[in-house]
Write a protein that binds this ligand. Structure first.
Ligand code: FES
Length: 172
């Protein structure tokens, strides 16, 4: 759900207790070090990281909101706008480009009828590009949540989309 920038946000008690546990694992005065992991918790609960969520994180960590924005906007794995249930992040760095990532991106765009950064009308898929995902020998590849899908071809993309649509990847 979208928030306006000033709308307060609350996290679930489960998320709050995980945050507290994390913060407690860092020494006094170094709690900011928990920031990235906390942003992951926020994204897991909310699906994306809104400005009100970042403000709340700043409050929890007792730091300035700008310190949270700096980190959240630097790392592309944090979604700063609402996204679909499944986010396809296709690597478009040199080595993957050389083996056809551009064609794969274009194929996904046409197949899902969305452009990079957009979400399908059914709210299922968002397409993004990413810088090197660390699997350069396995390109073209995409990441969706914590899964990597490698050596993509048009046929593999078709198969992948069907599997996500059918919920096959939801359990693991
Ligand atoms: S260039 Fe694509 S994973 Fe490294």
């Amino acid at each position: 759900m979208a928030h306006t920038d000033n709308e307060p946000v609350e996290f679930s008690s489960e998320t709050m207790s995980k945050m507290k546990e994390l913060i407690a694992s860092y020494p006094e005065g170094k709690h900011k070090s928990a920031l990235i992991r906390i942003l992951h918790l926020v994204q897991t609960e909310k699906g994306w990281v809104s400005t009100p969520s970042m403000n709340k994180v700043a409050e929890i960590l007792k730091i300035q909101p700008i310190e949270v924005y700096e980190v959240a906007t630097f790392y592309t794995m944090f979604h700063l706008e609402p996204v679909g249930k499944y986010v396809f992040e296709v690597c478009h760095t040199g080595p993957c480009m050389l083996v056809g990532s551009d064609n794969i991106i274009e194929y996904i765009e046409n197949k899902l009828n969305i452009k990079i950064g957009e979400t399908t009308t059914d709210g299922l898929f968002t397409l993004k590009t990413a810088e090197c995902l660390g699997g350069c020998g396995y390109g073209p590849l995409l990441q969706c949540k914590y899964k990597f899908h490698e050596h993509l071809t048009k046929e593999r993309v078709d198969e992948l989309i069907e599997k996500y649509r059918s919920g096959k990847y939801d359990q693991n």
